[in-house]
Design a protein around this ligand. Structure first.
Ligand code: 87F
Length: 570
């Protein structure tokens, strides 16, 4: 069962993607966005039959509807008849391919190798990790039948692969010479979510990479955690032009099996919600002790290995769409766009057959030049659509640059370049296109990032009191607040010195709130309103502002240990 605030989120307007099918019984049909297929337009111009394009919802006015329409109409997603599952059509899969190729090359440079482990997990093996799986148990999907016969033992479908991989790590690793072992796999995973599904952002099956690495020392493991975290930052910032904040998860938000969890956090200003971009965990020796991953050291002693795991998912694409999209459709940053430039010839009715042919030939020649310069380009030669319709079509798909070639351009040997992100236009001589376009695309990439970064930064409010914290949330912002986080384990909490040893000013607030997990829970509860979910820590940013000694925690009044970034979130 979803927690009350999660149910509230599912009802909130900002979440307006199609309702999930009812669980159990006959699946209820999802309310699909209006136009999976564009409708035929009545009348049309002459013999041209054009489909009606465009979004009916606005990004600011109804963000949830806007998002479901934009991912469908841009042909990124098709809804599917299993609730929470979506088809990634070629137009979005191409973006995943770009992310994958970039990240895959970087991790290989670090010495990580790819492998593939099976999809299925026996109950016994899954339960080796009982302690950590327990909280996730309701989300595990099971195969119970083949054909019409029940299986003797149900088999789980991987929600993550620790339990699949680590028994084999235990067999393969014998000596320090077998270390480090650094494997990654690109796979699908299934988590039977009960929260409201949203394409890319929260789906029951998704694609990801999961890295699982083993080291002889904690230092090596620590180094890798931050190397991977920085690659995740670069995927968002350098490929998707989406700003993120690198940070440490609070003890409540970290993966229960980890020693510590780091993450990159993005933010969607329109909905006022944070979204976890990717996680890089140091697992310490927790799993090596559970699975018996031991090695013989150079000194011939036996030691448990140090492990990390890290994952990045297709959520990246959703965050990109939410960040850059506008009322005309998606806006794709040039570096990940499958099509970076669309060439649109604009013949008019006065043009003779030969002039039209010359225009189309010129369009092809320009495309060939651009292709040779490494630009991903296509020519829209369709003769059954008007140029205006084509503009809408490519704007909906977010193609970064449109190159228009009209009769007057044919006379003067130029073409008009129109930017998707800001509508900027400039003309360019044919001979200069091959040099100018790649530069313009890079400039566009940089400006998209700069704009999103400025907006991200303007959404962080530094607050020190509860009232200011709530006011920031009400403005759909994040709050950076001094917090008494103590990263204490349960054992440490139990072993705390007697309260009298603590100065009275510190001790009094602690009477009401004895550990940080509780203070975070308290914030979540107290910050929930009738139409908005409660806030939680997004992360404790790695880059910390100065924190003067004795600054009180904004919740408990106890001495603050750090600045934490808080927000409502996906
Ligand atoms: C859902 C069902 C069962 C998350 C789950 O973050 C188990 C789990 O272990 C589960 N949802 N997790 C944590 C995953 C940790 C870790 N795994 C490798 C990552 C990155 C990639």
């Amino acid at each position: 069962m979803a927690a009350p605030e999660e149910q509230m989120a599912a009802l909130s307007v900002a979440d307006g993607a199609p309702a999930a099918a009812a669980e159990g019984g006959k699946p209820k049909k999802e309310k699909k966005p209006k136009a999976d297929k564009p409708k035929q337009q009545q009348g049309g111009e002459g013999k041209k039959k054009e489909t009606k394009l465009g979004l009916t919802a606005s990004k600011e006015g109804d963000f949830g509807d806007w998002y479901s329409q934009v991912v469908v109409e841009s042909e990124m997603i098709s809804y599917y008849d299993v609730s929470g599952c979506y088809i990634l059509r070629p137009y979005s899969f191409a973006i995943w391919d770009e992310i994958k190729n970039w990240f895959d090359a970087r991790i290989k440079e670090l010495g990580v190798q790819n492998a593939y482990f099976p999809l299925f997990i026996t109950e016994d093996v899954l339960m080796t990790e009982k302690e950590h799986v327990e909280g996730f148990a309701p989300e595990v999907a099971w195969v119970t039948k083949s054909g019409s016969s029940e299986l003797d033992r149900p088999i789980a479908i991987r929600p993550t692969s620790e339990t699949v991989m680590y028994p084999y790590y235990a067999q393969w690793i014998r000596s320090h010479r077998d270390l480090p072992l650094r494997l990654n796999q690109w796979t699908n995973v299934v988590r039977w979510e009960f929260k409201h599904p949203t394409p890319f952002i929260r789906s029951r099956e998704f694609l990801w990479q999961e890295g699982h690495t083993v080291f002889a020392t904690k230092e090596e493991a620590d180094t890798e955690v931050y190397q991977i975290l920085d690659l995740y930052r670069r995927v968002y910032e350098e490929l998707l032009a989406v700003p993120v904040c690198k940070g440490m998860k609070s003890s409540k938000e970290k993966f229960a099996g980890a020693l510590y969890t780091t993450s990159v956090e993005a933010f969607i200003p329109t909905s006022g919600r944070g979204v976890q971009g990717a996680t890089s965990h140091c697992l310490g020796q927790n799993f090596s002790k559970m699975f018996g991953i031991e090695f013989e050291t150079e000194e011939k002693t036996r030691q448990h290995a140090w492990q990390n795991s890290w994952g990045l998912t297709t959520r990246t694409i959703g965050v990109m769409v939410m960040t850059h999209g506008d009322d005309k459709g998606v806006v794709i940053p040039p570096r990940v766009a499958q099509i970076q430039v669309v060439v649109i010839p604009i013949p008019n009715s006065k043009l003779g057959e030969e002039a039209v042919k010359a225009m189309l030939d010129r369009a092809d020649a320009i495309a060939a030049d651009l292709k040779a310069a490494g630009v991903r380009v296509t020519v829209d030669r369709r003769d059954n659509y008007t140029p205006g319709w084509k503009y809408n079509f490519w704007e909906l798909r977010g193609v970064p640059l449109r190159l228009e070639l009209g009769p007057r351009d044919m006379d003067s040997g130029v073409a008009m370049l129109a930017r998707r992100d800001n509508g900027g236009k400039q003309s360019c001589a044919w001979g200069e296109l091959a040099a100018a376009v790649p530069k313009l695309l890079e400039q566009q990439q940089a400006e998209m990032y700069a704009k999103a970064r400025a907006e991200f930064d303007s959404c962080i409010e530094r607050v020190t009191t509860w009232d200011d914290f709530m006011a920031a949330l009400e403005r759909k912002h994040m709050a950076l607040a001094p917090w008494c986080d103590t990263e204490e384990s349960e054992e440490e909490v139990k072993r705390r010195p007697p309260c009298l040893a603590i100065p009275l000013a510190t001790y009094l607030p602690l009477l009401f709130m004895c550990d940080t997990e509780e203070s975070e829970e308290e914030v979540k509860r107290r910050s929930a309103t009738k139409d908005a979910m409660g806030a939680k820590t997004l992360c404790i940013p790695l880059e910390q502002p100065d924190l003067p000694e004795g600054t009180p925690c904004f919740v408990t009044g106890a001495p603050a240990k750090c600045w934490a970034l808080w927000g409502r979130s996906y």
